[in-house]
Unconditional design. Structure first.
Length: 598
């Protein structure tokens, strides 16, 4: 796992943005420039303002829009040199916007077009910076040959100009890339030169990032003392700058490194430091990640109880970051379920009283003739019918909460033993844009909307013999393979995922649907542990690395696509047409192979 704390380079200069730099602040800058553009008060030319708006705009679609406007307006710019500059800025802005959207191939095309215009104007600084942007994009695409080529060309040009400030940023980015290909000596040389420049220019944030990345290199090389020394120096600087997010990220990374080396004492130390820091400064996303890391560490240490506790905390903070009001709906659903259970118990009590009265009646009329016996038998049959009806209701309610085998075990033994399943297929889904949409709905509309989709998903899971585990906000989780004879569970889960996707797409053109979304789906196959937790409002759940990776498959998917892991692909590759996406960086997991199901 590589910490990507980069500088972002524009041809108009070098800008630093730490991991904690808020999107809100960037958007305020973009909005203020828009206001200047509308008022005409700014001394900057229109195309420079459009370029800045595209850079600071946090919404990638909006950033792309302003970049396209800049390119369109460049046609009318006079004189020719200014037009060439406007085109260069426009295509650079377009490349940056496409990079934000994750469309790396089109970003490369835009950057190359910008480079073409930079060469026409013979602006070496712009040529160098655009080549660094191209190198960064190729590095993200894992095209290491081209990444190296453009890093080398860009850095050499920045040395020749000279432009030490932008050179420092380029060296920092090149060092990041060198770590990913395990060229640690080269990475150290890049970071040390970059750090030297930032020291001379008294740029503490650049110094801190270089120290932190140098520490990561030493950690990868097993040089623990040097790793701690450099990262602690970085942390000291970042604390003075009040840039706490990267500190927590660095600590989580170190926990991961030492866990891989089997040094769990040190790993736990860094995991807890990361969590404490994130809590101290209210960094909810990093609180979630630190809890997830501690859960993984306790799982590796065979402490299932603490692993589960920290995983629950991870889920809570992950959902609070998503800011889904659906939590209230889940609470209402649980309360409704509890109310139903109470009503069922009340009805059982009434039934028991009926039985007692019937027995008393039988004793009272024991001496009666055939007519009395006939009436007694008729009453008993009615009572038995009531008992059978209530038992059926109780069984159906239990099966809505637990798989059939688990429900039977609970009825027979009064408890459920945790079971390990060697091969299960886990699905996660999530709606794009649900959070912003939900904020504008009443509670009734919100429940109606989410129920429209989840009710259909439940039917799809039932059709293929799969188990719905739970919903968290707008996320839906299901699993197949919780019976040892379910050999086709991976194929069935993919078929179910395709039907879910088709239903969501159909909802967009359905006049009866008030809300339409795109859905991301992720699937992974592997061993899981399943069981029931709690003694009140108990819940059936599954745990294990397989579940974590399935969640990562969903978060790395795209709207309208089904993203599967390598494990699932090996099982279903002869049944479905899939596109290989390559090895993608997954937070806290390193690089994982992924495939889109067509």
């Amino acid at each position: 796992m590589l910490i990507k704390i980069k500088t972002y380079i524009l041809c108009i200069g070098l800008f630093f943005f730490s991991i904690q730099n808020s999107n809100c602040q960037n958007q305020k800058v973009a909005d203020s420039i828009k206001e200047l553009l509308r008022s005409g008060d700014s001394e900057k030319s229109e195309y420079l303002q459009l370029d800045l708006i595209s850079f600071f705009e946090t919404n990638p679609d909006s950033a792309l829009f302003y970049a396209e406007v800049l390119i369109e307006k460049a046609i009318a710019v006079k004189p020719k040199d200014s037009a060439l500059k406007a085109f260069r800025l426009g295509y650079l802005a377009k490349g940056n916007a496409l990079l934000k959207k994750g469309d790396n191939s089109k970003a490369i095309e835009a950057f190359l077009k910008g480079l073409e215009y930079a060469e026409k104007t013979k602006n070496e600084r712009s040529m160098a910076l655009i080549q660094i942007s191209i190198a960064d994009t190729y590095a993200a695409m894992e095209n290491h040959e081209f990444a190296e080529q453009y890093y080398t060309n860009g850095i050499e040009m920045l040395r020749r100009i000279p432009d030490s400030t932008n050179l420092a940023g380029a060296l920092l980015n090149a060092g990041d890339w060198s770590i990913t290909i395990q060229r640690y000596k080269e990475a150290l040389e890049f970071f040390e030169e970059s750090s030297s420049i930032y020291n001379n220019k008294n740029k503490p944030i650049g110094i801190a990032y270089n120290l932190g990345n140098i520490g990561i290199v030493y950690a990868e090389q097993g040089k623990d003392e040097l790793a701690e020394e450099n990262i602690n120096k970085a942390i000291n600087i970042l604390e003075k700058l009040k840039d706490y997010y990267p500190i927590s990220v660095y600590l989580t990374y170190l926990a991961d490194i030492y866990a891989d080396k089997g040094n769990f004492d040190v790993a736990f130390k860094y995991g807890y430091r990361s969590l404490d820091l994130a809590k101290a400064y209210g960094l909810k996303e990093q609180i979630s990640e630190a809890n997830l890391k501690l859960s993984e560490l306790y799982e590796n240490a065979d402490n299932a109880n603490l692993a589960l506790d920290y995983f629950k905390n991870h889920i809570v903070y992950r959902d609070s970051v998503r800011n889904i009001a659906e939590v209230q709906k889940i609470s209402n659903a649980i309360n409704s379920k509890t109310q139903a259970e109470l009503e069922l118990e009340t009805q059982k009590g009434r039934t028991n009283r009926i039985i007692m009265y019937s027995i008393a009646g039988v004793l009272f009329f024991i001496g009666l003739l055939a007519f009395g016996l006939f009436r007694r038998n008729k009453f008993i049959k009615a009572t038995n019918k009531i008992i059978a009806t209530e038992k059926d209701r109780s069984d159906k309610l239990l099966l809505n909460i637990l798989p059939e085998e688990t429900a039977q075990e609970l009825k027979d033994n009064g408890k459920v033993e945790a079971k390990k399943y060697p091969s299960a297929t886990v699905l996660f889904s999530d709606f794009k844009g649900f959070t912003s949409y939900a904020e504008n709905l009443s509670p009734e509309q919100l429940v109606q909307t989410i129920d429209h989709y989840f009710s259909k998903f439940d039917l799809i899971m039932e059709k293929y013999g799969l188990e719905k585990i739970k919903t968290i906000g707008d996320a839906y989780m299901a699993v197949g393979g919780l019976s040892y004879d379910n050999v086709d569970q991976a194929k069935e889960m993919v078929l179910a995922a395709k039907e879910m996707n088709d239903f969501v797409n159909q909802a967009k053109i359905d006049d009866n649907t008030t809300a339409t979304f795109d859905i991301r789906i992720g699937i992974n196959t592997g061993p899981v542990v399943a069981g029931v937790v709690g003694t009140k409002k108990f819940a059936y759940d599954i745990w294990g690395d397989t579940v974590n990776i399935a969640s990562r498959m969903e978060s790395n998917s795209e709207p309208g696509r089904i993203n599967i892991s390598e494990n699932t692909y090996e099982i279903i590759k002869n049944d479905f047409n899939c596109d290989y996406r390559g090895e993608l960086d997954v937070k806290n997991r390193g690089k994982l192979k992924m495939y889109f199901v067509n």
